[in-house]
Design a binder for this molecule. Structure first.
Ligand code: ZN
Ligand code: ZN
Ligand code: ZN
Length: 253
């Protein structure tokens, strides 16, 4: 399996519009973070987890010419806003795009993209098929995804384990039961916003604490804010097995 970080930034992205801070002004390409998403290539199958507002740009940058399905973590706009652009795959693949999410997320998507779900559609509207998932393993194109339910303030969010790889984005609480499901993963990706306390996201040290319990071979931090600091500095402060992810980074598992 090949995993590509399409975006590693928090909801506003980095740089933030109209911000003059050191991180937003940095010339290091690793300090430029689009909204969070990953691409998974498994055998000849191709999936993305979430379609944030930068989806189009990310698909073009990584030259992803084929997409079999979209799997959603939760309904926040920084994870869903780009869904309209699956139209390009509707045209090129001549079929509907299957999306997978929990019922509450599917409901939100049907409200936000109501025009894609009306009985009579304007020509060129995205063609999407809805697939409900629950907190139990499910298959997409023969690949098994195991949801890892976590909390993002009060909102339940799904992380996903696929084989030896686990991806968890927006989170500030993980139950012991969920940690057990992640254990044994070789690579774990987890969200951490910044170093200071936050209402709905882990801080960097809280994420490190969770990773220490899981003990993967390799771990990456994502969903990063400009308040985290410069990539170069923060990366050096971390234990050897943990790295900050950056846009375009690709790993195999
Ligand atoms: Zn988010
Ligand atoms: Zn800034
Ligand atoms: Zn969120």
């Amino acid at each position: 399996m090949r995993i590509t970080f399409l975006g590693t930034g928090t909801s506003q992205g980095v740089p933030v519009i109209a911000c003059g801070c050191e991180v937003c002004q940095s010339l290091d390409f690793r300090d430029k973070r689009l909204r969070v998403s990953i691409h998974l290539e498994i055998a000849d199958k191709s999936f993305v987890i979430d379609t944030g507002p930068d989806f189009r740009q990310q698909m073009l940058r990584e030259r992803i010419h084929k997409l079999d399905a979209v799997i959603f973590t939760h309904e926040h706009k920084d994870h869903t806003a780009g869904l309209d652009d699956v139209r390009a795959y509707n045209f090129s693949q001549k079929r509907d795009m299957p999306i997978y999410a929990r019922p509450s997320v599917l409901e939100q998507i049907q409200q936000e993209f109501a025009y894609a779900f009306t009985a009579i559609k304007y020509p060129g509207t995205p063609q999407i098929t809805l697939n409900e998932i629950h907190n139990t393993p499910f298959e997409v194109e023969g690949i098994t995804f195991t949801p890892i339910e976590v909390l993002h303030f009060k909102l339940p969010v799904y992380g996903f384990r696929i084989g030896d790889f686990t991806y968890i984005t927006d989170v500030n609480h993980i139950s012991d039961e969920a940690i057990e499901k992640v254990k044994g993963s070789k690579i774990v990706v987890i969200g951490a916003l910044r170093k200071e306390k936050h209402l709905s996201h882990f801080t960097l040290s809280e994420a490190v604490e969770v990773l220490d319990k899981i003990q993967p071979e390799q771990a990456f931090i994502t969903h990063i804010s400009h308040q985290m600091g410069l990539h170069r500095d923060v990366d050096e402060e971390l234990p050897a097995y943990i790295k900050l992810a950056y846009d375009g980074l690709s790993v195999t598992c």
